[in-house]
Ligand binder design. Structure first.
Ligand code: HXC
Ligand code: NAP
Length: 290
């Protein structure tokens, strides 16, 4: 089992809003932030799911968790999220833009609405939250930290998840742009680009049915395994915290080397059986002399 990496009470006195915090990676990160002493606000569309997660976390850690229903695509709901957060905890220190929508599909099969649905959740939702919380921090002259959860294909692009790829790369550009523009206010922006971390939400939409066997993510990862939620949570807590106070505008990849494996021209030669290398070497040496 992977342990928490930050020292006890590292986030005491901090209020952290996690979008998409009721499930999957959002829930895992939120649980760890709460273990480290943070006050939490969890938000997504499904209040029932959020309430159950909030109860689970509070029971485990003893620290307060406020569930707030909010569709991040709707600016008035995001503004209400800010109001409810301030009402409950007086201030907010950190924002994790983690909510997302995604599914695999050949791009030519997508309707305009399918495209914009994903882009609106991922890009517009992140913009809505960042702008709403950011304006409040700037008005109040308050330092803050924003963490955006992107993907490795935010940098490389990827077929079959094109709306998500476009939106995530927009979020990465937002991260880098505001890291500079809002640095003067003491507001840091960073991103994490996770490789495969099993969650119900992602796996049902990205590897439905027997695709899981055919495209098992761990076969794409040099470390031959998928990520552990605590590994992501450790990184997220560190980047958000004051321990990372001089890290601003960075994207940290946590994928076991997956995207580099796909990128390196000769990496697929891993498939050559070790006993063949003698004969390959001899062939090369012969041609060197000819
Ligand atoms: C084609 C589809 C589709 C599919 C939906 N649509 N699913 N088109 N193939 N499989 C179309 C619909 O027909 C509709 O268009 C439009 O998309 C909106 O669909 P709705 O169901 O009305 O939208 P909504 O209820 O808002 O749900 C949004 C959603 C859904 C994105 C479609 O999947 C969702 O709620 N996702 C939230 C959680 C999630 O996606 N988690 C995974 C994140 S994983 P029309 O034209 O018919 O109106 C991730 C990790 C990536 O990002 C990296 C992994 C390594
Ligand atoms: P998940 O459990 O499906 O998380 C997505 C969350 O977003 C859900 O809690 C969902 O809750 C929320 N959400 C969706 N639409 C929303 C909206 N309009 N407004 C507010 N909240 C909304 O999947 P996950 O795997 O944990 O993904 C979490 C993050 O990690 C995402 O940003 C994803 O892109 C990223 N990521 C995941 C992986 C992976 O391998 N799992 C890899 C790379 C990146 P509701 O349905 O209740 O709204």
């Amino acid at each position: 089992m992977i342990e928490g990496a930050l020292k006890e009470n590292a986030l005491v006195g901090k209020t952290i809003v996690v979008t998409g915090g009721g499930t999957g990676l959002g829930k895992a990160m939120a649980t760890y932030f709460s273990e480290l002493g943070a006050n939490l606000v969890l938000t997504s569309r499904k209040l029932e799911v959020l309430t159950q997660t909030a109860e689970e976390i509070t029971t485990k850690t003893g620290n307060p968790v406020l569930p707030v229903a909010c569709d991040v695509r709707e600016i008035n709901q995001v503004e209400s999220l800010l109001e409810q957060t301030i009402e409950r905890f007086s201030r907010v220190d950190m924002l994790v833009n983690n909510a997302a929508g995604n599914f695999i599909s050949p791009t030519e099969r997508l309707s305009a609405n399918a495209f914009s649905t994903v882009i609106d959740i991922v890009l517009k939702g992140t913009v809505n939250c960042t702008l709403t919380f950011g304006k409040d921090w700037i008005t109040k002259k308050q330092k803050a930290s924003v963490l955006n959860i992107v993907t490795t294909y935010a940098s490389t692009g990827s077929g079959f998840v094109v709306p998500s790829a476009i939106a995530k790369s927009g979020v990465l550009t937002l991260t880098r742009s505001l890291a500079v523009e809002w640095g003067k206010y003491g507001i840091r922006h960073n991103a994490i680009a996770p490789g495969p971390f099993p969650t119900k939400g992602a796996w049902e939409r990205l590897l439905p049915g027997d695709l899981l066997e055919k495209f098992d993510f761990k076969n794409r990862v040099p470390l031959k395994r998928v990520g552990d939620h605590q590994e992501l949570s450790n990184l997220a807590a560190f980047l958000l915290s004051d321990f990372a106070g001089f890290i601003n505008g960075e994207v940290v990849t946590i994928d076991g080397g997956e995207w580099l494996q796909g990128a390196g021209e000769f990496n697929n030669m891993e498939a050559i059986p070790p006993q063949m290398w003698d004969s390959i070497e001899n062939t090369i040496r012969k041609s060197n002399k000819s």
